[in-house]
Design a protein around this ligand. Structure first.
Ligand code: ZN
Length: 387
């Protein structure tokens, strides 16, 4: 009995270990969903005479990239399914080329199991509850919110983590959603000294800047806040030099009422930005202005995040033995973000109206199609799996 295979070929496949796409052909075993062969050439249909047409996918010069592994997503199900759920969340992910989401429960890392970790949690809690507007400040102004969350709070919390790590050097620590560039020197020094420290930042800190944020628009509110353009530049530099390891969405939606769109009260609004599925295009749009290549972007959003989530034995790369989780991507397509092309449950996003580059044409998860833009996903029955 012959294997049931899917063959994918393109002029531009981003293979594991490469920084730019190159011609390649992938052979996928449909029953296991694994890549079983990679050939470094764009083969023709004639090389596979017995293959059924439906099992042949020629992407032409479109790019074939590993699916993204978004290692920090709040799906809120069960419990707050009206904020986000598995169906809407994973659909939004597939539309944007994200093939693995790691749900972040709304609790803390490190777990609150020791007195030291409790102190970390307290510091983090201070950031959330002691941050108040100056008396008389207008709660609709973005600057009021920004002033209430100074960089120093973040820097202090990170310094505490680093100090504790010196005491317990075997303890692995991960800094979530880094926003303050002022914390980078301490992180750089700790890493240079060999600390088991990893750091993530989020798409919004790399794409948006406070000077471009309108007042009374709480869809831009997240904690810690989006800071100024110089801060954003420093985060990009830190990604390039490895001080920051990876980029995640921290997709953190809520219902419109809690986002306070009715009165624009940024101080009272839920802090969280909805990004799931937009990350690849956002990073590509901003990154290529800065001369950043797709290889780096995929490394930060797929390869490193897979390692962080301990699924790097099967996710985060296009290579033999790995799951056939990949994206057919048109890097030049221009897409305007509208409610119609947002697939998460509550369509509130700071990116609405923005034109971004790069479009996911198809997304495959373990060799099965999970999104096809040409049919708007109609009739597809993607099969997600818990990992
Ligand atoms: Zn989060």
């Amino acid at each position: 009995m012959s294997l049931s295979i899917l063959v994918v070929t393109s002029q531009n496949v981003l293979l594991s270990g490469s920084i730019i796409p190159s011609p390649a052909t992938l052979v996928v075993d449909k029953s296991s969903g694994k890549i079983i062969e990679v050939r470094n050439a764009r083969l023709s249909r004639a090389n596979f005479p017995e293959l059924l047409d439906e099992d042949w996918l020629d992407a032409g010069d479109k790019w074939v990239l590993p699916g993204l592994v978004d290692a920090h997503v709040h799906l809120n199900e069960p419990g707050r399914t009206d904020w986000e759920g598995f169906w809407t969340g994973t659909r939004a992910a597939a539309v944007g080329g994200v093939t693995t989401v790691i749900d972040m429960p709304l609790n803390s890392i490190p777990p609150t199991t020791t007195r030291e970790n409790l102190n970390i949690k307290r510091t983090a809690a201070q950031e959330h509850t002691h941050a108040e507007a100056k008396p008389g400040a207008d709660p609709k102004l973005y600057s009021t919110f920004l002033d209430s969350r100074p960089e120093q709070l973040e820097t202090d919390a990170i310094s505490l983590v680093i100090a504790l790590q010196k005491k317990y050097p075997l303890q692995r620590c991960h800094i979530v959603h880094l926003s303050a560039a002022s914390a980078l020197p301490a992180i750089r020094a700790a890493k240079a000294a060999g600390a088991r420290l990893t750091v993530e930042t989020c798409f919004h800190y790399l794409v948006l800047a406070s000077s471009g944020i309108p007042d009374a628009q709480p869809q831009y509110k997240c904690c810690p806040p989006i800071r100024d353009a110089a801060n954003r530049d420093a985060l990009w530099d830190a990604l390039m030099d490895g001080t920051i390891d990876c980029v995640v969405s921290d997709h953190s939606p809520c219902v419109a009422e809690l986002k306070r769109l009715q009165d624009g009260d940024i101080m009272k609004a839920w802090g969280g930005i909805s990004t799931l599925g937009l990350g690849l295009s956002l990073l590509w749009t901003e990154g290529r202005k800065r001369g950043v290549g797709i290889g780096d972007i995929v490394r930060w959003t797929s390869e490193v995040t897979a390692r962080h989530a301990s699924v790097d034995d099967r996710k985060g790369a296009i290579k033999v033995g790995w799951d056939a989780d990949f994206v057919i991507w048109d890097p030049e397509a221009e897409v305007k973000v509208t409610k119609d092309n947002l697939y998460f449950k509550n369509k509130l996003s700071p990116y609405e109206g923005l034109t971004i580059y790069g479009k996911v044409e198809k997304t495959y998860v373990r060799g099965r199609i999970a999104w096809d833009a040409s049919i708007n996903g109609e009739g597809l029955n993607p099969e997600g799996r818990l990992i």
